[in-house]
Design a protein around this ligand. Structure first.
Ligand SMILES: [Zn+2]
Ligand SMILES: [Zn+2]
Length: 131
């Protein structure tokens, strides 16, 4: 067989590429603070190209503690504990009411209970809208 100028060799390059997952959730937030969708390039077949707003190359979902600063979390915690006050008071009042010894005492306690119920409603609505 006559010798050829080139020896032919077939090489297959296997490359793993990361693509956008439409089912993951565009609104999820990365540790870099930017949304999931921003880590992909729609002009490059939705390849993971890194965050378009910063140099973050890998999307890692942020935890609530990453998004809300520590001081703010402490503030929210204190706020919630404060708003639980009326609920704790209500329990104490109801427990006292159950063991009240006469009608006069029971009536007085009931008035406090009604007031505390209104405070509880306010607290519950406040906590519902907190975050
Ligand atoms: Zn990121
Ligand atoms: Zn980013």
């Amino acid at each position: 067989m006559e010798e050829q100028p080139y020896i032919e060799k077939i090489e297959v390059n296997v490359e793993k590429i990361s693509l956008y997952n439409p089912k993951y959730g565009d609104e999820r937030v990365c540790q870099c603070g930017h949304p999931y969708r921003r880590h992909f390039d729609p002009y490059e077949h939705n390849e993971a190209v890194g965050c378009k707003y910063c140099d973050c190359m890998e999307f890692v979902e942020a935890k609530a503690t990453d998004i809300i600063p520590r001081e703010k979390l402490a503030e929210i915690g204190a706020d919630i504990r404060n708003k639980l006050g009326p609920l704790a008071n209500l329990i104490v009042l109801i427990e006292r009411y159950k063991i009240s010894e006469n009608e006069k005492e029971a009536d007085a306690l009931w008035k406090y209970i009604e007031k505390e119920i209104e405070q509880c409603k306010i607290s519950i609505n406040y906590i519902k809208k907190l975050l």
